[in-house]
Design a protein around this ligand. Structure first.
Ligand code: K1U
Ligand code: ZN
Length: 170
């Protein structure tokens, strides 16, 4: 197993659209295990393959306290959305920044498991928000894209400052 490098905004590779997984084999299983290890190491509750520069439609999630209930979603897609809610979100690709985003309250979704079985399910709460956040990553979209232009401008300034500071230190 391996811990992978997580790309950080404004890296252009975060904007690539991931492609469907056509064959679920040992390579895909290994990618998913490495993604889980990376997500646990980074203290996240979800991770999309795009964030580790793998342009395949793979998502891992674990909302459990003990970090022992991993969910692996291959080719996930949302088939129906109901209601709206706002929740405070973070992102491993936008470190140290949290903000509220409005999303669907409940989602119906399909995915394939590591055995290639297609599963249909529905959920709400944090899992629904996390699935929407991760599928956005697979489509090259970040949660900060939902912010107002003013908030995005402030965030970009903060990141530019941090980059300059790091440049001075290195
Ligand atoms: O995709 C990612 O960048 C992972 C992201 C998932 C996510 C968090 C919150 C709302 C929607 C999606 C994170 O895990 S960021 C870290 C974080 O917010 C968190 C970490 C531990 C417990 C609770 C939240
Ligand atoms: Zn994210």
């Amino acid at each position: 197993m391996a811990i992978l490098e997580v790309l950080h905004f404004p890296d252009d590779r975060l904007r690539k659209k991931a492609v469907l997984v056509d064959k679920i084999d040992n390579d895909i299983s290994e990618i998913a295990q490495n993604m889980l290890e990376t997500m646990y190491a980074e203290g996240g509750i979800g991770l999309a393959a795009t964030q580790v520069n793998i342009q395949k439609r793979i998502v891992v999630i674990d909302l459990s306290e003990e970090k022992n209930e991993p969910i692996i979603l291959i080719n996930p897609e949302i088939t129906n959305k109901k209601g709206t809610e706002t929740m405070r979100e973070g992102c491993l690709s936008v470190p140290d920044y949290f903000d509220t985003v409005e999303r669907a309250e409940e989602v119906e979704f399909n995915y394939q498991d590591l055995q290639g079985k297609t599963i249909s399910s529905e959920t709400g709460g944090l899992l629904a928000v996390c699935i929407q956040h991760e599928i956005d990553h697979l489509n090259g979209k970040l949660f900060i894209d939902y912010l107002s232009p003013l908030k995005r401008q402030r965030l970009k300034k903060k990141i530019n400052k941090q980059e300059k500071l790091q440049h001075k230190i290195l």
